[in-house]
Design a protein around this ligand. Structure first.
Ligand code: ADP
Length: 371
């Protein structure tokens, strides 16, 4: 039985469990705490920043992979030194851990991205603003997620609190975009690479709320460009496993890379129900260097809606029966997490031939879990 260890016990690790069972993979999870989302597979609970804890967890496992990108490089290096197969590898992961590292490397690779700079003073931010029409987006290079660590600024002093910390910041042009997209790919260590169709992602307040698969109007040249960008990144950075490339479709018809995730991603949850091979199954296949699965669509359209926050009263479980009865064709996924404002506690996916109907059914099902 091949064995895979996942560092991190969130919903991504949880959703790897069903395909692991189906494929006969021994899946083990190092969770942050008891009662994690992936508790069903959590064989260890401990601190992923502690070298000894992670080395002990890795003993006897074929491959180590991740539910998040926060494992320190020192811990990754210790795993590699012990001969553990770490996938994606530390060098690749550095590009999803630090947005400045990512921007510099994408520039070397000649891939399209917003204009950017590394800044350490408000005067440098002022210069960037002057050169870019007076507005920009400042980002903390590390540790941001769901829009935290991202700020639109219009004057040089607006990032002073972050600059006071003493580490350089990333500043980007404020991109005028029509919509946001995500291109998901999977790559094996031996080089095989597959794509799903590019999807449209809708964000509310920096958090993904809905995904439409495939992105309307993306079948032709446009989908091809997204796939070329993502394969350039997967190969250029030697990524193994699933890679999600978040893209801006600009108002002047270009695709620019926003950021990268080297693991299954929220923009790919629809694949569980809408694709022949889900991103979770594919990630396991890819990190084990097994032949990759077909990425074809099961239906013409799939729409995923996140359940953000969850019910204000009662639990998701209590709301399930009504959602099930009202929308029997919608697939419901809950993450075993306590409801909390803004928290991703589950998602729903509807699929079918008519996009309006699919959107309606997905939203109708998710509404049972709100308020
Ligand atoms: P996070 O790491 O929190 O996901 P992102 O870098 O993806 O942060 O930014 C969050 C959101 O902020 C994006 O989805 C997008 O809507 C907006 N955003 C980020 N960078 C830019 C930019 N350069 N121009 C315009 N909007 C941006």
């Amino acid at each position: 039985m091949p064995s895979v260890g996942v560092v991190g016990g969130g919903q991504l690790a949880r959703m790897m469990v069903p395909p692991a069972i189906a494929l006969g993979i021994d899946l083990r999870v190092l969770a942050e705490s008891e009662g994690s989302s992936a508790a069903i597979a959590a064989t260890a609970v401990g601190d992923y920043t502690d070298v000894e804890t992670v080395l002990r967890f890795a003993e006897g496992l074929d491959v180590i992979t991740f539910d998040h990108e926060h494992v320190p490089q020192a811990v990754l290096a210790a795993l590699v030194e012990k001969g553990v197969a770490v996938r994606p590898g530390p060098e690749a992961l550095a590009h999803s851990q630090d947005k400045l590292v990512m921007r510099a490397r994408l520039e070397e690779l000649g891939l399209p991205q917003p204009e950017w700079a590394s800044i350490s003073t408000s005067a440098q931010l002022g210069d960037f603003l002057d050169a870019h029409g007076g507005s920009a987006v400042v980002k903390t290079p590390r540790g941001g997620y769901d829009g935290k660590g991202v700020r639109v600024v219009r004057s040089a002093g607006e990032a002073d609190d972050w600059l006071d910390v003493g580490a350089p910041l990333l500043v980007e042009q404020l991109v005028s975009f029509r919509r946001e997209l995500a291109q998901l790919v999977a790559r094996r260590p031996s080089g095989e690479l597959v794509f799903w169709q590019v999807v449209e992602t809708v964000q509310e307040g920096g958090v993904c709320s809905e995904v439409v698969a495939p992105a309307p109007g993306s079948d032709g040249r446009f989908g091809q460009v997204a796939a070329e960008i993502a394969s350039g990144i997967a190969e250029g950075l030697d990524v193994t496993g699933v890679l999600a490339v978040e893209l801006f479709e600009t108002t002047d018809d270009r695709l620019l890379v926003n950021e990268l995730a080297m693991r299954p991603h929220n923009s790919g949850h629809w694949t569980i129900d809408g694709s022949t091979t889900s991103q979770f199954e594919q990630h396991l296949r890819a990190v084990l260097d097994l032949p990759l699965g077909d990425t074809g669509l099961r239906d013409k359209w799939s729409v995923m809606v996140n359940i953000l926050g969850g019910p204000a009263t009662g639990s998701i479980a209590q709301r399930m029966p009504r959602a099930m009865a009202d929308q029997p064709a919608v697939k419901l996924h809950e993450y075993g997490k306590e409801p909390r404002p803004g928290r991703k506690v589950g998602h729903v996916t509807a699929s079918g031939d008519d996009l309006d109907d699919v959107v309606f059914r997905a939203r109708a099902a998710s509404a049972f879990f709100e308020n």
